[in-house]
Design a protein around this ligand. Structure first.
Ligand code: AMP
Length: 440
């Protein structure tokens, strides 16, 4: 028996064209999840990358230019745009597209301040009694000396604005904290002067990435995840954009999920609505599980990379339905279904990353890797050179797999990685080690 597409999709539902803005592993995972939706007929990625070109049509765009993104949306006329990275959100792409009557998933420029201004996020949390580290905001370098006297090392020094993961410095003395904070104010550390600097109490514990969907009023949690930011085994060496992540149900007890929803995620969404900046999109709560309970380290206003690659492998519901429920304020009518078990992903990077590295290295073994059950290879920094895929970034690939247990997911990921080759390939062999050790 054959069904017409319209019958399967339900009455009135037209096959959709979806545009995804972004170029990394997170966007490749979003494109993969969107392409699985029976409601979608075409996925366009802008600018995308060499791997995304296999599941979607990739078109060039400058993610730093609001005008260029608007031009692209006018040309492509998608039914839905999903914004991956923070920069277009902070430029106000959502407001600009909505003003043109376009459907778009992501928070407004004002709501994105939860991520784009750490000072705003800290003051907001204080106003709404959301647990976070004690802090002081300095608006001028001449306030630093007085403020630092109130902190006991280690002291965390943060740039106020977006800093691509480079804006947090953990200092083991007041003198180094002072130097770091001056470096942020005068532009030496980030190349651009920070308008404000946040000084923060150092928190100890395990970090959890707690992501939620929000329609501006309701909150639905995604499965929890944990990422590994450091380049070296056993979480040593410099910070990176993320070297791997994993997700299991047993990472958080159901009571703890409820606590976080009740004391952190819901008060954030309700507080933003009360203050006239309803948050619609993905609210990423970066949490430290301290001995006195979970505390917010940071908010992001979008899906995390690489957590999303692990999380979406466990999503059984249609991502497009979920995204549309957020846009239409109908999240409370939707329940997300997840596969039990676990998912994990491991990033393969270029030799030298997060420092300088070479690009243009040919990749091989991807077809064999993708044939391992449960495995998806998401691309971060790859490009097409004729028929050949070559490396084009520091983080090159993110190999992800689901499994009945974390052990099974990880063993599939590492089996797949053993098939993949490019000159200088580096990846951590201990992703998920904390969870494997504690057998969650
Ligand atoms: P953020 O961009 O604010 O999440 O900071 C990046 C990373 O710095 C976090 O994932 C933590 O590993 C670390 N970090 C940030 N704030 C603190 C803090 N108050 N105490 C300890 N570590 C922190």
């Amino acid at each position: 028996m054959f069904f017409r597409l319209e019958e399967v999709q339900g009455e009135g539902s037209q096959p959709m064209k979806v545009l995804i803005l972004g170029a990394g592993g997170r966007e490749h995972a979003l494109a993969w999840a969107v392409a699985r939706s029976p409601r979608v007929k075409e996925v366009v990625c802008a600018p995308g990358n060499g791997g995304m070109a296999l599941v979607a049509r990739c078109v060039p765009v400058d993610l730093k230019s609001l005008d260029d993104m608007l031009r692209l949306v006018d040309v492509e006329a998608p039914d839905l745009t999903i914004v991956g990275p923070e920069l277009p959100l902070s430029l106000g792409i959502v407001d600009a597209l909505q003003a043109k009557g376009r459907r778009v998933f992501g928070p407004s420029q004002a709501a994105t301040r939860l991520e784009s201004s750490k000072a705003f996020a800290k003051e907001f949390m204080k106003r709404h009694q959301i647990p976070t580290a004690k802090y002081m905001v300095c608006a001028h370098a001449n306030e630093l000396e007085k403020a630092i006297a109130f902190f006991h090392p280690p002291i965390v020094v943060k740039a106020d604005g977006l800093a691509a993961g480079k804006g947090v410095i953990i200092c083991d003395s007041r003198a180094t904290a002072l130097e770091a904070a001056h470096g942020l104010f005068d532009g030496r550390l980030l190349g651009e002067a920070s308008r404000q600097v946040v000084l923060e109490e150092f928190l100890e514990g395990e970090e959890i990435s707690f992501l939620c969907l929000s329609d501006g009023a309701h909150v639905t949690p995604l499965v929890p995840a944990q990422d590994h930011k450091r380049i070296g085994e056993r979480d040593t060496g410099p910070n990176t954009g993320g070297m791997g992540a994993y997700s299991t149900d047993s990472m958080l007890e159901p009571q703890m999920v409820e606590w976080i929803l009740h004391h952190i995620a819901k008060p954030t969404v309700h507080g933003m609505a009360e203050e006239g900046m309803p948050f619609v999109g993905v609210l990423y709560c970066g949490l430290m599980m301290t001995p006195r309970g979970p505390e917010v380290l940071e908010f992001n206003a979008r899906f995390g990379d690489p957590e999303t690659q692990a999380i979406l492998l466990r999503l059984e519901s249609d991502l497009v339905d979920a995204v549309e429920a957020c846009i239409d304020g109908k999240l409370s009518e939707m329940e997300l279904r997840w596969s039990p078990g676990a998912a994990a992903c491991v990033v393969a990077s270029s030799a030298g990353y997060p420092g300088s590295y070479k690009t243009g290295m040919p990749l091989s073994g991807l077809t064999n890797a993708a044939m391992i059950p449960g495995v998806q290879v998401f691309h971060s920094g790859t490009a097409r050179l004729g028929n050949q895929l070559v490396t084009s970034g520091g983080r090159v690939l993110c190999t992800a797999a689901a499994g009945d247990s974390l052990g099974e997911a990880l063993s599939r990921v590492y089996q797949a990685l053993a098939e993949i080759q490019f000159e200088g390939i580096y990846f951590r062999h201990d992703i998920g080690h904390r969870a494997v050790k504690s057998k969650v």
